[in-house]
Design a protein around this ligand. Structure first.
Ligand code: HEC
Ligand code: HEC
Length: 248
C-alpha cells in the first residue's frame, strides 16, 4: 500500500516538475518575444522622431524665409477685410448689393475691384454724385473716414467674380442689340459705316471713361458727334453693356 502511494507521489512530482519546466521555457520564449517587440517599437519611434525633427527643422527654416513684414501685412489685411465686412453690413450696403455682392437694387459688386481703380471705388462710396453721375440712386456715405473706406474696398476685393458676372455679360449682349449699338459699331464691336471699331477698348481705357463715352459722349468727343447720348439708360444696364464690350 505504502509502496503504491509513494510511487504515485513520485509520478506526480515528476509530472509537475516537467510541467513546471515546460512553462518556464514557455515564459522565457514569451519574454524574448516581448523584448524583441519592444526593441522594434523603440526603433520605429526613434525613426519617427528623427522624421519629426527633420520636418520641424525644415518648417522653421521655411518660416524664417518669409519676411516678418509680409506676415504683418497679411495680418493687417485680414483685420482690414474683417472691419470692411462689418461696415458693409452695418452701413446697409448688403441691402442693395447683396450679402455676397451678388447685386439687387444696386449693381453686382463681384469682381468690381478688377474693373475699377481705387479712386473711382472710393468716390462710389463717399460721393456717388461724382462717380455715378449727377443723380445717383445710391446714398452718399460722407461720414466714412478714409481708413474705413479702405477697409470696405479691401472687403470688396474678396468678392471674386461668379456666375452673376457671366449672366451680366449675356444681359449686356442683348442690350447691345436692343439699344442699337450694333447698327453703328457692328455685331461684335468690329466697327461699321458710322461708328468706329470698339475692339480692345476696355483694355485701353478704364470703365469709368467708357461709361461716360456712352452716357455723355459730348463731354468726351466734343460738341459734334454722331454718337448718341444714352442718358436715359440705367446705370446697371450701361455696366452690363461694357461687360459685353470687354469680351471683344
Ligand atoms: C439704397 C441702395 C444702396 C445702398 C444702401 C448702397 N448702394 Fe451702392 N449702389 C447703388 C446703386 C443703385 C448704384 C448704381 C449707381 C447709382 O445709381 O448710384 C450703386 C453703385 C455702387 C458702386 C459702383 C458700382 C459700379 O458698377 O460702378 C459701388 C462700388 C457701390 N455702390 C458700393 C456701395 C457700398 C460699399 C455701400 C455701403 C457703404 C453701398 N454701395 C450702399 C445702391 C446702393
Ligand atoms: C448712330 C451711330 C452710333 C450708335 C447707335 C452708337 N454709337 Fe458709339 N460711337 C459712334 C461714333 C460715330 C463714335 C465716334 C465718336 C466721335 O469720335 O465723335 C462713337 C464712339 C463710341 C465710343 C468711344 C470710342 C472711342 O474710341 O473713343 C464708345 C465707347 C461707344 N461709341 C459705345 C457705344 C455703345 C455702347 C452704344 C450703344 C449703347 C453706341 N456706341 C451706339 C456712333 C454710334
Amino acid at each position: 500500500m505504502l509502496n503504491k502511494i509513494s510511487s504515485v507521489l513520485v509520478l506526480l512530482f515528476f509530472l509537475t516538475g516537467t510541467a513546471y519546466a515546460q512553462s518556464i521555457e514557455e515564459l522565457k520564449k514569451q519574454l524574448d518575444e516581448a523584448k524583441e517587440m519592444l526593441e522594434q517599437q523603440k526603433e520605429a519611434i526613434a525613426s519617427q522622431k528623427a522624421t519629426i525633427d527633420a520636418l520641424e527643422k525644415a518648417l522653421k527654416e521655411l518660416s524664417e524665409k518669409i519676411p516678418p513684414q509680409v506676415i504683418e501685412r497679411e495680418a493687417h489685411l485680414k483685420a482690414s477685410i474683417a472691419r470692411g465686412k462689418e461696415l458693409y453690413i452695418s452701413k446697409g450696403c448688403l441691402e442693395c448689393h447683396g450679402g455676397e455682392g451678388q447685386g439687387g437694387k444696386g449693381p453686382l459688386l463681384k469682381g468690381i475691384t478688377l474693373k475699377y481703380g481705387v479712386e473711382y471705388l472710393a468716390l462710389s462710396v463717399t460721393n456717388p454724385a461724382i462717380s455715378h453721375g449727377a443723380k445717383p440712386s445710391m446714398p452718399a456715405f460722407t461720414e466714412l473716414k478714409d481708413d474705413e473706406v479702405r477697409d470696405i474696398l479691401d472687403f470688396l476685393a474678396t468678392l471674386t467674380p461668379g456666375r452673376e458676372n457671366l449672366e451680366r455679360i449675356e444681359r449686356g449682349k442683348k442690350l447691345w442689340n436692343k439699344l442699337g449699338c450694333l447698327a453703328c459699331h457692328g455685331i461684335k464691336g468690329e466697327g461699321g459705316l458710322t461708328g468706329p471699331s470698339l475692339r480692345g477698348l476696355t483694355k485701353k481705357y478704364n470703365y469709368e471713361w467708357i461709361r461716360l463715352c456712352v452716357t455723355d459722349p459730348v463731354v468726351h468727343h466734343g460738341q459734334k458727334t454722331m454718337m448718341p447720348a444714352f442718358t436715359e439708360v440705367p446705370f446697371m444696364d450701361v455696366e452690363a453693356v461694357i461687360d459685353y464690350m470687354n469680351t471683344f
